[in-house]
Design a protein around this ligand. Structure first.
Ligand SMILES: Nc1ncnc2c1ncn2[C@@H]1O[C@H](COP(=O)(O)OP(=O)(O)O)[C@@H](O)[C@H]1O
Ligand SMILES: Cc1cn([C@H]2C[C@H](O)[C@@H](COP(=O)(O)OP(=O)(O)O)O2)c(=O)[nH]c1=O
Length: 219
């Protein structure tokens, strides 16, 4: 596999999408072939599953169904889109991946970590990110950014998706889960302080990503 697979993780509203777009623009300016995608989503089937998972009306969804729906969305995404792009040598930037299932479904909901990892491993046929940036912000900051994004787009707090509407305690467990994932995978994961300006964050990610590209080329 010649491509490079980079994932962005962190709480809702941490600034993942913003940073992913900035990195994609900078990489494209250097002539790299970049694929930008996201989970849940990225293919027609995965997007349909996304709308089922995030619909605020689906309050009765049981935890097992939630884990398996994220995994089903991921299976289609990995095999239809990500693996072919990596085989073609592209740089794939993905907004969330398996770490999100571990942070939200395992640490957040309380499902056993090994079960969530095993289901995700099966769904993705063992694909792992080359590098993961976890954008870390206090829960109050990410919540405030989400509210800001919602009002900028003319929606209100009641229209946040099903996961975003969950309680602060849940989001605190998710954040702690991301810290644990970083501690478990120091080679792959970089925790980036996202409670700074967009440009400061982008610079740190850009410098690390350049080192990664150099290592990749020299292999
Ligand atoms: N470093 C930052 N400082 C302040 N606001 C930010 C920063 N990065 C992103 N935002 C804003 O916060 C909101 C959420 O950002 P977004 O990139 O959509 O986050 P995510 O994809 O992690 O949910 C958006 O309104 C965005 O403009
Ligand atoms: C990929 C994935 C996402 N999620 C959640 C996190 C988000 O609340 C939601 C949608 O992700 P996303 O679109 O990235 O939301 P945001 O841009 O607001 O950060 O799905 C999981 O709970 N498990 C997963 O495996």
């Amino acid at each position: 596999m010649n491509g490079i697979f980079i994932t962005f993780e962190g709480p809702d509203g941490a600034g993942k999408t913003t940073q992913l777009r900035m990195l994609a623009d900078d990489l494209k300016k250097l002539g790299h072939d970049v694929l930008v995608t996201r989970e849940p989503g990225g293919t027609a089937i995965s997007d349909l599953i996304r709308s089922i998972i995030l619909d605020p009306a689906h309050k009765e969804m049981v935890d097992q169904a939630e884990v398996l729906l994220y995994a089903a969305s991921r299976a289609q995404h990995v095999h239809q889109l990500i693996l072919p792009a990596l085989k073609a040598g592209r740089i794939v930037l993905c907004d969330r991946f398996i770490d999100a299932s571990v942070a939200y479904q395992a640490y957040g909901l309380g499902i056993e970590v090994d079960i969530v990892k095993e289901i995700s491993r099966y769904a993705s046929s063992g694909l792992e990110a080359t590098r993961t940036y976890i954008l870390d912000v206090p829960v109050e900051v990410s919540m405030a950014r989400l509210q800001g994004r919602a009002s900028a787009s003319g929606t209100n707090a009641q229209q946040l998706d099903r996961i975003e509407q969950k309680h602060v305690d849940y989001h605190s467990r998710v954040r702690a889960g991301f810290h644990q994932i970083a501690a478990d995978h120091p080679e792959r994961v970089r925790v980036v302080n996202a409670n700074r300006s967009e440009m400061e964050i982008a610079t740190e990610i850009w410098e690390d990503c350049n080192r990664l590209l150099e290592e990749h080329i020299s292999v």
